[in-house]
Design a protein around this ligand. Structure first.
Ligand code: FAD
Length: 416
């Protein structure tokens, strides 16, 4: 949109999943005006589908996690987005990478023990880092830690046990054939979004809230702030008066880092699976390793996933270094012939992205309750949304979306 109203009932800052959900809900209410101020030139934030070689690639959010409880499942179907119901068996990663049956069983047992220990530890009065739950010198500790850099985008020593245990996972994971990001872009299309409008200041001293953006000033009665925690914690948006409790909560819930790299792949792995969607892991004994998804949806693609400190190093070293690392790992697993079958297509760099600054939130030990602090309204007119505010579905698209609906309901109730 090129023209927008500079006086509205509700302003939304950020057009990611949370901001889109919030704006949809407010726009559905009769006679309430709304505008969304979005820093980028596109909607969807950390859920972004890029098209390459005719295939949609999700550089960020991809899986409809807990798809049987996911608010976006019905919305996707309602908008004509076909879902892919083949559920990933991530436990086959090590089998496909050459582990013996005994090793596979030992890995599954170690994972179950870890989960049970975490469940018990979450009941204790004192919070601890998840790494405290690992058995000393455990054979599978490194893979548990690497898995954490994929699932939580950070190593186990940095995460709160209590928060990690609060995440709800029904283990039903589906995908959107045209891309999760494409779904969000479709939902955003009819909304009054001002693109290229990074907000720098929110003044909430007077009757109106005054919002300064690169596209001009907006006055609003209510505001829904739906930006990532690292943006808030770094005070990239200045609140006047300052909100110390929000800053502290955002700092307790930093974004970890997970990135993706895509290759076009002319080979096959028929010895492993003929139907596509083969999962591999580069190493079970190195933390610096990648998880691979071969021929997703049966497409001629390999998608590489990597997180934590390793992803930060890969981002610093750049696209060619990422591709070289993945090619070497795949060649070690599948033989040198694979080198000729791979062409690098695209990669994400979410830490370097100024409007994300990371991938998804985790709670530092002792900070599990910060999610509720971050979500709480201020003066019945400043409302907060975003994946980090979700009590049970944080770090996900549907958690962000639900939080946007919640914040919109709060804002609408305060207008009545
Ligand atoms: C690699 C990767 C893989 C993932 N995989 C999955 C997955 O499979 N399934 C899943 O459910 N989730 C996944 N996620 C997480 C999911 O993408 C996020 O949790 C979700 O997209 C966050 O939505 P949000 O609305 O809270 O924040 P965002 O999407 O970050 O939206 C915030 C918006 O605010 C804008 N903004 C920032 N600063 C300003 C400013 N100053 N002024 C105005 N606008 C601003 C941003 O540009 C952005 O559009 C993944 C994420 C990554 C990075």
């Amino acid at each position: 949109m090129t023209r927008f109203s500079s006086e509205v009932d509700v302003a939304v800052v950020g057009a990611g999943a949370a901001g889109i959900a919030a704006a949809r809900r407010v726009a559905a209410a009769k006679s309430v005006s709304v505008v969304v101020l979005e820093a980028r030139e596109r909607a969807g934030g950390r859920t972004w589908t890029m098209e390459k070689n005719g295939y949609p690639l999700d550089l960020g959010g991809e899986w409809l996690h807990s798809a049987d409880r996911n608010v976006l499942t019905a919305i996707a179907e309602g908008h004509g987005f076909a879902l892919y119901h083949r559920r990933p068996d991530w436990t086959t990663r090590i089998r496909n990478s050459g582990a013996s049956l005994a090793e596979q069983q030992a890995w599954i047992a170690a994972r179950e023990t870890y989960r049970e220990t975490r469940h018990q530890a979450a009941c204790a009065a004192e919070d601890r880092p998840c790494s405290a739950l690992l058995p000393p010198c455990g054979r599978w500790n490194t893979l548990l830690n690497a898995s954490s850099t994929w699932g939580n985008a950070v190593e186990l020593d940095k995460i709160s046990v209590k928060d990690n245990e609060r995440y709800e996972d029904s283990e039903v994971n589906w995908r959107v054939r045209r891309g999760y990001g494409a779904l969000l872009a479709t939902l955003a299309a009819p909304l009054p979004i001002v693109f290229g409008a990074p907000v720098s200041r929110i003044e909430h001293r007077g009757t109106d809230i005054v919002i300064d953006s690169a596209r001009g000033r907006v006055r609003a009665r209510k505001i829904i702030v739906a930006v990532p925690t690292d943006i808030l914690a770094a005070e990239a948006i200045a609140f006047d008066p300052v909100l110390p409790a929000k800053l502290a909560a955002a700092d307790g819930l930093p974004l970890g880092l997970a990135d993706k790299l895509f290759f076009s792949f002319t080979g096959r792995m028929d010895d492993l699976d003929t139907d596509g969607d083969i999962f591999l892991v580069g190493s079970t004994t190195r933390l610096e390793t990648m998880s691979y998804q071969v021929r997703p949806f049966g497409r001629p693609i390999i998608q590489c996933f990597f997180g934590g400190e390793f992803a930060a190093r890969m981002e610093r070293e750049g696209f060619a270094a990422m591709a070289a690392f993945a090619t070497d790992e795949l060649a070690a697993l599948r033989g040198g012939v694979i080198r000729k079958e791979l062409t690098p297509l695209a990669a994400s760099s979410w830490r370097a992205d100024p409007f994300a600054r990371g991938s998804y939130s985790y709670a530092r030990p002792g900070h599990a309750d910060d999610r509720a602090v971050l979500a709480a309204p201020i003066d019945d007119r400043l409302f907060f949304a975003g994946e980090a505010t979700s009590p049970n579905f944080f770090s996900t698209v549907h958690g962000a979306f639900e939080s946007g609906v919640r914040a919109a309901e709060e804002a609408l109730a305060s207008l009545r």
